[in-house]
Design a protein around this ligand. Structure first.
Ligand code: NAP
Length: 241
């Protein structure tokens, strides 16, 4: 029987690296994305080149109806199959100082980074609990742990997901379903392309940005059998930031 893993936002950046890593660890990966099919296909190519298997499963995590339709459709096609690893990675940034922040900047970030996790996880958690096995890994941010000026929307959403992670872990621990969060610092992806890299490197103790592959390694460990006694935790991966 195939072991399925769903990675939201798997078309680019950290999500792509996680998808490739989980496929290398033997999972059949469902690569979710919102609109960038071209990049999502590159993730499939990388997985195939590494000897893994994967398929695309596009939907907008922020749209409850789309989430339900996509996941119901997948289960209808797959009978008894179960998605046993869920990586909630899809996310966006819309930075602004609060007094200039628009309703759209607030709601887009909260809808994608926090409400999306609620819609996807609520759907899949019942299958994991019925099977008495599962892994949920939420990608948050040091911004959700410490705060960052210009990111009240993003920090609020990520901090909300940290609370969600801790509470859900308490609900599912006896069913052998672990729920954890990883909190990256500054990672080299499209999301950080517009930042002042040289200035930021000065405040990162490790003196550099992290790579998507480094985050993927941590996520793959939390998704593995070896991590079965770790739940409800938030693990930073930030070069000491
Ligand atoms: P990225 O390169 O900008 O990629 C974002 C991914 O999320 C893309 O695959 C995108 O799909 C997908 N996505 C965005 N909105 C979506 C939606 N509504 N529904 C489904 N998919 C959606 O970002 P990244 O840097 O890899 O970030 C990945 C995660 O890590 C995010 O949660 C981010 O907040 C977190 N994080 C990143 C950093 C960093 O320094 N990069 C630091 C801390 C935390 P499309 O390709 O279709 O647009």
């Amino acid at each position: 029987m195939k072991k399925y893993a769903l990675v939201t936002g798997g078309s680019r950046g950290i999500g792509r690296a996680i998808a490739v890593k989980l496929a290398s660890a033997g999972h059949h990966v469902l690569v979710n994305y919102k609109s960038n099919e071209e990049e999502a296909r590159k993730t499939l190519e990388e997985i195939a080149a590494a000897g893994g298997t994967a398929e695309l499963l596009p939907f907008d995590v922020a749209n409850a109806g789309e989430v339900t339709a996509a996941l119901e459709g997948w289960h209808a096609r797959h009978g008894d199959d179960c998605i046993e690893v869920l990586v909630n990675n899809a996310g966006i940034r819309r930075d602004n100082l609060l007094f200039w922040m628009t309703d759209a900047e607030w709601h887009d970030v909260v809808d994608t980074n926090m409400n999306g996790i609620f819609y996807v996880t609520r759907f899949l958690i019942k299958y994991m609990m019925n099977r008495k096995y599962g892994r949920v890994i939420n990608v948050v941010s040091v911004s959700g742990v410490n705060g960052l000026a210009g990111q009240a929307n993003y920090s609020a959403a990520k901090a909300g997901v940290i609370g969600f992670t801790r509470s859900l872990a308490l609900e599912t621990a006896r069913k052998r379903v672990t729920v954890n969060a990883v909190a990256p610092g500054f990672i080299e992806t499209d999301m950080t392309r517009d930042l002042h890299r040289e200035e930021l490197k000065k405040v990162i103790p490790a003196g550099r940005f992290g790579t998507a592959g480094e985050v993927a390694g941590l996520v793959a460990f939390l998704a593995s059998d070896e991590a079965s006694y770790i739940t409800g935790q938030v693990i930073s991966i930030s070069g000491g930031l």
